[in-house]
Ligand binder design. Structure first.
Ligand SMILES: [Zn+2]
Ligand SMILES: [Zn+2]
Length: 316
């Protein structure tokens, strides 16, 4: 039995200006059979369809901020959910203002959606848990940008201990098994250990996690917010030669994204939101890898398993 599926699919990896093959920011995170949409740039529903992802799996949408390249695809998706007769409630986690934008468009279209939308307002500059279910805890943390902007951290809940089947005595009771699955020893009335957890079960792997950081100025506080993350996405709008421009526009360079990954002790880094001015991504990738070797460029349609990196073979 392997760990539950925990996979990130890049729907859009581009910066503010779309270019052929690169849609604006949008990602689909899957844990077991549940999908989570993170940002919803223009074309998000086209990309979902292209990569064979049904929007009926999505009950939660997380929007970082109200720059158009991060949410302009949302309205189309909401209407499509309506046209396909969605019934279950949809939860949108976003900064205040998006609710007004959506409600105004619905009003002008004289539309009453087939489903309810619950808005969960994010507070500027505030971190904390915003959602949890049996699988995941989702928390938010502040990013430094020109408008209120928040990153998201998806952390898997601790999986149960796995009972070693051929070491399970016949007389073991269900309540004993339940204790062992929590990693607790089974003791008798006198406090003597009857079954040791570590003898009859194997502990779960450390919880996996995914963090999404777009858009943001270079901010070491972000590294603290995503400490020890398994997979980190961090925007890298500019190369180092445009670091002045990065400061002016509250964006990061590839090297800065890698610095955050290194400070956080991340397992792996994905960089994206690369400015359309760069025809190739080699320079940015090189600059990032000089600081954090486990870096890849996010590309539309590519999927990444959220899992610990295999230990590197050291050369020589
Ligand atoms: Zn952006
Ligand atoms: Zn922005």
């Amino acid at each position: 039995v392997s760990a539950p599926e925990f996979t990130l699919t890049i729907l859009g990896s581009g910066g503010a200006l779309p270019v052929p093959g690169k849609y604006p920011s949008s990602q689909y995170l899957q844990y077991r059979n549940q999908g989570y949409l993170i940002d919803a740039g223009e074309g998000v529903q086209v990309q979902l369809a292209r990569f064979g992802i049904s929007h009926s799996r999505i009950d939660h949408i997380f929007i970082t901020h109200l720059h158009g390249d991060h949410y302009l695809g949302l309205m189309g998706l909401l209407f499509s959910m309506h046209l396909t007769r969605r019934l279950s409630a949809l939860h949108i986690h976003c900064h205040p203002g998006l609710e007004d934008i959506i409600l105004l468009q619905l009003k002008m279209a004289r539309s009453v959606l087939s489903y309810r939308i619950h808005f969960n307002p994010l507070q500027e500059g505030v971190s904390g848990i915003i959602f949890e279910n049996d699988d995941l805890t989702v928390s938010t943390f502040p990013l430094r940008h020109r408008v209120p902007c928040s990153g998201f951290l998806f952390r898997e809940k601790l999986l149960p201990w796995k009972i070693i089947k051929d070491k399970m005595p016949d007389q073991m009771r269900l309540q004993d098994i339940a204790l062992l699955k929590q990693g607790k020893d089974v003791v008798d009335d006198l406090g003597n250990i009857v079954y040791r957890a570590d003898a009859h079960a194997t502990p779960p792997p450390p919880p996996r996690s995914y963090a999404y950081c777009s858009d943001t100025d270079f901010d070491p506080a972000v590294a603290a917010s995503v400490k020890g993350v398994t997979l980190l996405y961090h925007e890298a709008t500019f190369a180092e030669s445009e670091s002045v421009r990065a400061r002016e526009t509250f964006h990061s360079t590839a090297r800065e994204a890698a610095t955050i990954a290194r400070m956080a002790g991340a397992g792996k880094l994905l960089i994206g939101h690369i400015s359309a001015r760069y025809k190739g991504t080699e320079v940015l990738l090189e600059e990032a890898r000089a600081v954090f070797p486990e870096t890849e460029v996010a590309l539309d349609g590519h999927s990444h398993k959220v899992e610990p990196q295999p230990l590197r073979q050291t050369a020589e």
